[in-house]
Design a protein around this ligand. Structure first.
Ligand SMILES: Cc1ncc(C[n+]2csc(CCOP(=O)(O)OP(=O)(O)O)c2C)c(N)n1
Ligand code: SF4
Ligand SMILES: [Mg+2]
Length: 351
């Protein structure tokens, strides 16, 4: 058996959100991952975020590649649209779906192998194009599904379960997302739900390319001494730089300091992210400062977490391409195919 159905009955008095759903309506099948796998905590955080944001499940399209992480969309949002692509190809399938129908909320779920090895080129182009999506990497430093080989995000000098030392340099997807122009970039830890849920909520409301790297320990192959992706290591070495305190409806047009020193940053859907710096003087709207901070923390063996960078009122691929607002499947033949005369006029203009 590859999946287990959950009993459909639940308590009639479970709390409902403003669109009438209980938290259970955002669940999926029973997880078949190893007990204690960080990926299951991320699924729980996604469920919590969508329920709290009153998102109707049928408005979400969840896409993934291949891996334990990429299996997880089966374990949340059971009533949403879903597409399990070939290994590493989720970003291009998500881009195509997004261009065809901008009315859905796009949630890409991937692994460090899926995005930093075979899918690195796909990841890069989705970020640089500003595809409106929430892109979550469940980062455990190994290929969990194929039994624990080092992935491209494994730190130099970290040890495998059998004691092999990794000599390669790591790919830092957060640094890449920042350099490539993503407009919302965060890092978190699957063991810190209080930090992770607001970061996912902020990403879902963002309106541009939102990337969330979540360190997610693999208890079967990468949770031992010598690993830099174990529960113990991440608990000891992660340091939050900012905190999303409040997301309020209604927006102003530019980032401005809130009265008590917090920073208000308007987002694509008209809401405002209220950010508080935990690291003294850290400004999460300064892309260069975010890159400097990453390098500085990395050189000390520390992990900077929280919302590292956010841009106010982000642009996305649709605004760059000036695409139609209506989903393509709602357009008629006349709109999709303007006819021979229009094509000839277009060709004449190119001569
Ligand atoms: C084209 C292709 N190459 C290789 C594989 C084998 N494969 C399956 S999952 C995987 C790596 C998964 O690692 P990651 O994305 O980090 O997910 P995790 O299992 O660690 O969550 C690989 C190499 C495959 N399925 N398809
Ligand atoms: S092998 Fe690792 S990543 Fe896969 S389910 Fe088990 S703990 Fe999670
Ligand atoms: Mg992995």
């Amino acid at each position: 058996m590859t999946w287990i159905a959950k009993p459909p009955l639940h308590h009639p008095e479970l709390r409902r959100n403003r669109v009438g759903y209980t938290r259970r309506d955002y669940e999926g099948k029973v997880s078949t991952l190893c007990a204690g796998c960080g990926h299951d905590s991320i699924s729980a955080a996604i469920i919590q975020a969508c329920w709290e944001l009153d998102i109707e499940p049928h408005r979400v399209a969840k896409l993934s590649g291949i891996g334990c992480s990429s299996k997880t969309p089966d374990y949340f949002l059971g009533a949403s649209h879903g597409f399990n692509t070939v290994h590493g190809r989720m970003p291009s399938v998500l881009t195509g779906a997004n261009l065809a129908n901008r009315e859905l909320l796009y949630l890409g779920v991937s692994g460090d192998g899926d995005s930093a090895s075979i899918g690195l080129g796909q990841f890069a182009h989705a970020m640089r194009r500003g595809v409106r999506m929430t892109y979550i990497v469940e980062n455990n430093g190994v290929y969990g599904l194929t039994k624990g080989q080092f992935s491209a995000t494994a730190d130099t000098g970290s040890r495998s379960k059998k004691g092999v030392v990794n000599s390669d340099s790591p790919v830092d997807l957060v640094g890449m997302a920042l350099q490539l122009g993503a407009t919302y970039v965060a890092r978190s830890f699957s063991g810190d739900k209080a930090q992770l849920v607001p970061l996912i909520k902020g990403a879902l409301r963002h309106g541009g390319a939102a990337f969330v790297d979540v360190v997610s320990p693999c208890v079967a192959f990468n949770n031992h001494e010598g690993s830099t992706k174990s529960y113990e290591y991440v608990r000891e070495h992660n340091e939050a730089v900012s905190r999303i305190d409040f997301i309020a409806p209604g927006a102003e047009l530019a980032p401005r300091p809130a009265a008590d020193g917090a920073l208000d940053v308007p987002q694509g859907d008209g809401t405002v992210l209220r950010l508080r710096s935990v690291a003294p003087g850290y400004d999460p709207t300064d892309r260069r400062a975010a890159l400097d901070l990453l390098q500085e923390r990395h050189s000390r063996g520390e992990l900077a977490t929280g919302l590292l960078y956010v841009q106010a009122d982000p642009e996305d691929l649709h605004s760059a391409l000036n695409t139609t607002r209506r989903p393509l499947n709602e357009l008629g033949l006349a709109e999709l195919c303007p006819g021979t005369a229009a094509l000839e006029a277009l060709n004449a203009g190119l001569k």
